[in-house]
Design a protein around this ligand. Structure first.
Ligand SMILES: Cc1cc2nc3c(=O)[nH]c(=O)nc-3n(C[C@H](O)[C@H](O)[C@H](O)COP(=O)(O)OP(=O)(O)OC[C@H]3O[C@@H](n4cnc5c(N)ncnc54)[C@H](O)[C@@H]3O)c2cc1C
Length: 403
């Protein structure tokens, strides 16, 4: 029996990013024997970009009475808060402004904060999960290097291109949405003071014809959230129909990148096109930001939604279960929410299969609702061009606006 009065389970988690770490920490705290297997050989490095922090994203830290990252890198709080949401037009004039409360951090900061919580002997790098086979007691997890491990439950947190999902749910498709996000960061100190001032306490959007862009502050070097020392992060959604998309995702060395073009690897001609469009279309503040970014990178937008999250003793969570379009800014929060719900259901100590079935019912409903909403937002902004500055529907949230 564990301290929480339940029988300890042997739990393997495939994937050690935000979803896998959150589930791993919570299930370990319940007293289960948890091991996270991450394919990367080194601690993960973020794509150098920001993420929106919803209450579920930082729930672990708030419930333990600390702000996200307290005590880390000497910072008291490494997520920052902005209290305005502005829309600008091409001239840079504010066309809509609302008081909001949004928190932001960088992916690296969140990852590091979670990794520090989990005992090191529970996190295994260089463990590529290549297979899973049902056994009488649960599931056997197979690794690339030939080993195999029996466990009661395999939690698949191995992202949108999940190996585990391809085994248990081979019919699930991943469909390109028809547009990409060009992203990048610039230090506040590298911008003209007047431009930096616009972003001091505001997230700034510009609605374009069949496109939109947003920008917001995130922690800067050393996780600093002090204005002037922060970074600014932009996300510019741009349509790229099929053949154009295929060319866009070939890097400067001729390598095809199916989902993400890392910083510094986009072909010069595409970066030049981005900059020309910035000159032509963007508000002066956003234009300066995009032009100041030396190495913009690309994240392609996909729809992927498994119709079942539990397959015997395998549970799909986070992006492996459902990848959300980013417009509700809830991908990370959903990955965390899947882990919290797993903790709640497994913490009741009843029959494991019944607990998993109840967990699946709840999380599937949540995922379908938020995936439908974010998909609709993307279609409106990129293809119907009916996005309207100030529309309260665009407030971020997993369960509803703001939460
Ligand atoms: C390195 C990295 C940087 C990111 N940076 C950003 C960012 O800057 N901004 C943003 O908004 N989002 C970012 N994301 C995405 C964001 O973390 C996720 O969309 C969201 O949080 C859901 O997380 P997830 O844990 O479900 O999946 P993911 O974050 O995609 O993590 C999946 C993990 O599984 C591992 N993995 C995959 N296959 C296997 C396998 N077969 N065996 C073992 N391990 C496997 C991957 O290496 C990865 O660590 C990043 C993700 C990663 C992995």
């Amino acid at each position: 029996m564990t301290s929480s009065g339940i029988n300890p389970l042997q739990i393997a988690i495939a994937g050690g990013s935000i979803g896998g770490l959150t589930a791993g920490i919570l299930l370990h705290e319940l007293g289960h024997d948890v091991h996270i297997y991450e394919r990367s050989t080194n601690a993960l490095e973020g794509r150098g970009a920001g993420i929106v922090v919803l209450p579920m994203t930082e729930r672990y830290f708030t419930e333990r009475g600390s702000a996200l990252g307290e005590g880390q890198a000497g910072a008291a709080d490494v997520a920052l808060t902005l209290t305005n949401w502005s829309y600008v037009d091409e001239s840079g004039a504010i066309v809509d402004e609302a008081a909001t409360y949004n928190r932001f951090t960088s992916w690296n900061t969140l990852y590091r904060a979670l990794l520090e919580v989990l005992p090191g002997d529970r996190y295994h790098l260089s463990h590529y999960v290549t297979g899973c086979v049902p056994t009488a007691e649960g599931v056997a997890v197979q690794f690339e290097h030939g080993e195999s491990r029996d466990c009661d439950l395999l939690v698949a947190a191995d992202g949108i291109a999940s190996t585990v999902r391809s085994i248990v749910s081979p019919h699930t498709t991943t469909d390109y949405a028809g547009y990409v996000a060009w992203r990048g960061t610039v230090l506040e100190s590298d911008l003209e003071p007047d431009t930096a001032a616009v972003f001091e306490d505001a997230m700034v959007y510009q609605v374009l014809n069949h496109a939109h862009i947003l920008a917001y502050a995130i922690p800067g070097p050393g996780d600093s959230i002090i204005p002037g020392e922060r970074a600014l992060n932009f996300v510019w959604y741009r349509n790229a129909p099929g053949p154009e998309f295929e060319e866009l995702m070939v890097d400067r060395n001729g390598v095809h990148r199916p989902a993400t073009m890392p910083p510094g690897l986009a072909q010069d001609r595409f970066v030049a096109e981005l900059r020309q469009d910035a000159e032509r279309l963007l508000a002066p503040q956003l234009r300066e930001l995009v032009l100041a970014c030396e190495e913009p990178f690309i994240q392609a937008i996909f729809d992927m939604a498994a119709d079942q999250f539990v397959h015997g003793r395998v549970a799909l969570i986070g992006d492996a279960a459902t990848a959300l379009r980013p417009h509700v800014a809830a991908g990370t929060a959903k990955a965390c929410a899947d882990g919290w719900a797993l903790r709640d259901h497994l913490g009741m100590g009843g029959d494991l299969d019944a607990s998993l079935a109840e967990w699946e019912r709840q999380q599937l409903e949540l995922a379908q609702t938020v995936a439908g909403k974010s998909r609709r937002m993307g279609e409106r902004a990129q293809f119907e061009s009916t996005m309207v500055p100030g529309d309260p529907e665009w407030r971020f949230g997993l369960f509803g606006p703001g939460n």
